[in-house]
Design a protein around this ligand. Structure first.
Ligand code: ADP
Length: 548
């Protein structure tokens, strides 16, 4: 149609303006209508595409998070959290952009290439043949230079990631950096990585500049060549001026679309690899499902736990046997303490009881039933409470942090357990009381206070079995006493497994197991073990010496 308009223009060069307007009217209006509907369709397709793209991304994020949060603890031992978060953010984003681009640009460029080449052929088969020959040669040499540039760009991305890694580590460990006065060294090592990235990027910039410059010259030469060759066809009356104009416009569109497609190709590769990284985790099935299995009716639940010849190695270090042929009993409503040197496997016993891992050999039973047959969700939400060494709190209010133990609990229930956990007084001491925000933007709690909140949280589900992994970091005498009182109150009427990293807390335990290198070394009460004059007596003696 553009060609038709040009033909009319060239015919009317020496005619009256009125006739010109009459002749031009129809094709101009027609073209305007086409442009208008193109505009409307563009609005429609971009809106539709963004809706589809956003929904795909949102559902990918939700499914990925669902899959991640249900993975085995062993999976988290082996994978860095930062890595997982970047899959949720960067990889989904990359996949979404590629998806949108492929549909919009890819589809458009492909149809434009096919459509325009058809109309080129209709206008002039001869010119089209010449054009395709020249273009094929140019696209192949362009692809060659392009692959060189892509390689440089990959190198640059890797180098930037390396620099970011250095910055990340230094900033995360800023206390250690400061304590060793290593600011200059860290700055230098970051600068060194950044400089390398800078040099690669400069090289890439030069490459792109040469590529752009060359392609500009080539593309302009193609226009010139087309006019030259087309002109000679016009001289031989094989082509009109309008046709030549149409040919030029259409061939420019083909060139633009081809350039678009080549850029798109890189994006598709990146999008596909981002997508495959996301789907890889979505398709992982955990070996220990988070729910499903038998539940023991509440009225017949005693809380009698036994470890029968349990051996265990962490999946990340299969050759390192952490527990070996362990036999251990937690009688109902008794306090059992595990003591021993650090690294002996005490916390591992707690992790197995929570069923974070399955034993490599042997069986753990609850009231005679194999733990593997019981519903893990039931076990964790209403039977066992674990108070961790370093309790983690969420950056929300104190009341919500405690309520994490039992989502439907009333405010009264929360206050009641806080009292048992010896936490009510200090919580009420804050200006906002139970509504105080903890963590990042709120009040920073002391180690002892955190422990007591964790005890309250653990008690809220009224567990039959309580596991207390004692804090390794020392509390001061007063805080330790407050935590101890909380624990003594919390322990009443429950089966308690106390993992003692210090010995002062376990004097009153009903049974004490001394664990050395994953094996039971001694068993007995405090008095019995002292009398035995074995390792336990030695540890107590050692500790008393330190306190003097
Ligand atoms: P304790 O509580 O007695 O100090 P742990 O049960 O924490 O001992 O650790 C026992 C052994 O298991 C140690 O050698 C420790 O390095 C190893 N270990 C602990 N947790 C993990 C883990 N998540 N992945 C691999 N090895 C671990």
């Amino acid at each position: 149609m553009l060609g038709d308009l040009v033909n009319i223009v060239s015919r009317f060069v020496h005619h009256s303006p009125i006739d010109y307007l009459v002749e031009m009217g129809r094709p101009t209006l027609c073209l305007l209508a086409i442009y208008g509907s193109q505009g409307l369709l563009t609005i429609g397709y971009i809106m539709l595409l963004s809706q589809v793209g956003e929904r795909v991304a949102a559902s990918m994020r939700k499914s990925l998070f669902d899959a991640l949060i249900r993975q085995d603890i062993a999976f988290f031992d082996a994978t860095r959290t930062g890595h997982l978060v970047s899959r949720l953010t960067a990889d989904v984003q990359e996949f979404k952009s590629s998806f949108k681009l492929v549909i919009s640009q890819g589809l458009r460029s492909a149809t434009q290439i096919v459509g325009c080449i058809t109309s080129l052929y209709v206008i002039s088969p001869k010119l089209t043949a010449a054009m395709i020959t020249v273009m094929t040669a140019l696209v192949s040499s362009g692809a060659l230079i392009g692959s060189f540039l892509r390689d440089l760009s990959r190198q640059s991305q890797q180098q930037i990631a390396r620099a970011t890694g250095v910055a990340d580590e230094s900033l995360m460990n800023v206390r250690t950096v400061r304590a060793f006065a290593m600011e200059n060294v860290e700055s230098e090592s970051y600068a060194c990585e950044v400089n390398k990235a800078c040099r690669i990027n400069e090289k890439l910039g030069t490459g792109i500049a040469i590529f752009q410059g060359l392609s500009n010259v080539v593309l302009n030469c193609i226009v010139l060549g087309t006019i030259f060759a087309g002109g000679s066809l016009i001289v031989h009356e094989e082509l009109s001026a309008g046709d030549l104009m149409s040919f030029l416009v259409a061939s420019q569109t083909v060139q633009r679309s081809m350039a678009n497609l080549s850029v798109l190709f890189g994006q598709v590769v990146r999008g596909l690899s981002a997508g495959s990284r996301v789907f890889e985790f979505m398709d992982l099935t955990p070996t220990i499902p988070v729910q499903g299995g038998i539940k023991i009716p509440f009225h017949s639940l005693l809380g009698h736990v036994q470890f029968h010849n349990v051996s265990f190695s962490y999946p990340t270090r299969p050759s390192d046997v952490v527990l070996q042929d362990l036999n251990l009993t937690l009688p109902p409503c008794r306090v059992v303490a595990l003591v021993g040197l650090s690294g002996g496997g005490k916390s591992t016993v707690a992790a197995l009881l929570e069923r974070f891992y399955n034993p490599t050999q042997g069986v753990i039973t609850l009231d005679g039933k194999d733990l593997r047959t019981l519903d893990p969700a039931w076990l964790r939400s209403s039977v066992i409470s674990l108070i961790d060494q370093e309790p983690m709190l969420f950056s929300t209010t104190i009341i919500e942090n405690i309520r994490f133990g039992k989502p439907g609990a009333t405010d009264q229930e929360v206050c009641a357990v806080a009292k048992v956990a010896n936490a009510d007084d200090f919580i009420r001491g804050f200006p906002d009381g139970y509504q105080t925000i903890v963590g990042e933007r709120g009040i920073a709690l002391s180690g002892g206070q955190k422990q007591r909140l964790a005890i309250a949280r653990a008690l809220l589900k009224d567990p039959t079995i309580l596991i207390m992994d004692e804090a390794t970091s020392a509390l001061d005498a007063q805080a330790e006493k407050a935590v101890q009182t909380a624990l003594d109150q919390a322990a009443r009427g429950r089966t308690v497994l106390l993992i003692a990293h210090r010995l002062s807390t376990i004097v009153n335990a009903d049974i004490i197991y001394v664990l050395v290198n994953g094996k039971i070394h001694e068993v007995g009460t405090h008095a019995e073990l002292l009398k035995k004059q074995g390792l336990y007596a030695e540890l107590i003696h050692w500790q008393n010496m330190q306190h003097k």
